[in-house]
Design a protein around this ligand. Structure first.
Ligand code: F6P
Length: 326
């Protein structure tokens, strides 16, 4: 192994920089040349490369975003786009790739790696935590902390005005952010894609809350929930219960930014190094992950095909902890 490329792709996540730094520093340590690829697969298609050395990644460990920039690249989904990408890969004399991202990134890596027999290792970087085969993804812990901080602040004003708040969080088709942030911020109800909560269930939960003297509540809503548009749900609740005085806050992209937490920095550092080690060991088409504190190698096919389930115990806690009786 004499030269590899590293890229970040898909939605950025806090800790991606820490992972890039770990990949680069491990390469320097092992005497392997490393080049950054700008804007994910787009840079591979366009031939946009940035040679990296130990100094190029100084000071980025603590930064959100990604110094390599990120994108979702439609061209890479076409055989022609990937053929151009492969030409650039060869021109750069690369022997392998480390791709940092989520399921879209790994889908592309899986196809490209098999098509051209290229060793590619995936590092799970997404705030959604929706990758099977790793307990946690890089960026998830930071996003959780950001969400909990925001919900705490909204709680202050919700309580002051005796209001009900619907707070929508990211997570795409998964409810991990909503569930864990819900427990950590004392949300009275969570609406998740994984759970069939009907509008009537929601109404019953809320009526129960208000029946034992609560006059303010937080409903944490995963963007992928099945119940429909968050504003419409709030409007319907307001029509039926004007006394709840419901409001909506969509947290949006602020959940993707910020300096990574200690947990994300450590995870990113470990997985970045593990990815280079996997390339040295002639691995290909796998994701490196962390399960019970141990590094694992998960074939892309498995990581992509299987769905990580939510923690039922945590879900059941929400109701118990909201202060009511059975
Ligand atoms: O995958 C990360 C994520 O932030 C999801 O939670 C969200 O659904 C999506 O990306 C938003 O994508 P974009 O930034 O392209 O609008």
């Amino acid at each position: 192994l004499s030269k590899i490329g590293v890229l970040t792709s898909g939605g950025d996540a806090p800790g991606m920089n820490a992972a890039v730094r770990a990949v680069v520093r491990k390469c320097v340590y092992e005497n392997i040349k490393v080049t950054g690829i700008i804007k994910g697969y787009q840079g591979l298609v366009n031939g946009d490369f940035l040679p990296l050395n130990a100094g190029s990644v100084s000071g980025i460990l603590k930064d959100g975003g990604t110094m390599l920039k990120s994108a979702r690249c439609p061209e890479f989904r076409t055989p022609e786009g990937r053929a151009t990408a492969y030409e650039n890969f060869k021109k750069q004399k690369l022997d392998g790739l480390v791709v940092i991202g989520g399921d879209g990134t790994f889908t592309g890596a899986n196809i490209f790696g098999r098509e051209y027999n290229i060793p590619i290792i995936g590092v799970p970087g997404t705030i959604d935590n929706d990758l099977f085969g790793t307990d946690l993804t890089i960026g998830y812990d930071t996003a959780l902390n950001t969400v909990v901080d925001a919900v705490d602040k909204i709680r202050d004003t919700a309580t002051a005005h005796s209001r009900l708040f619907f707070i929508e969080v990211m997570g795409r088709d998964a409810g991990f952010i909503a569930l864990n942030a819900g427990v950590a911020s004392g949300a009275e109800v969570v609406l998740l894609p994984e759970k069939k909560t009907s509008y009537d269930d929601l109404k019953r939960f809320l009526e129960k809350q208000y029946s034992y003297s609560k006059d303010s509540s937080i409903v944490l809503v995963a963007e992928g929930k099945k119940m429909g548009n968050t504003f419409e749900i709030a409007q319907r609740v307001n029509e039926e219960h004007p006394e709840y005085d419901a409001r909506v806050t969509i947290l949006g992209h602020l959940q993707r930014g910020g300096s990574p937490t200690v947990a994300d920095r450590v995870l990113a550092s470990e997985l970045g190094v593990a990815a280079v080690e996997a390339l040295i060991d002639d691995q290909k088409s796998i994701m490196v992950g962390m399960v019970d504190g141990e590094i694992v190698h998960v074939p892309f096919n498995q990581a992509l095909k299987n769905k990580k389930g939510i923690n039922e115990r945590l879900f059941n806690l929400i109701n118990v902890l909201s202060g009511g009786k059975k």
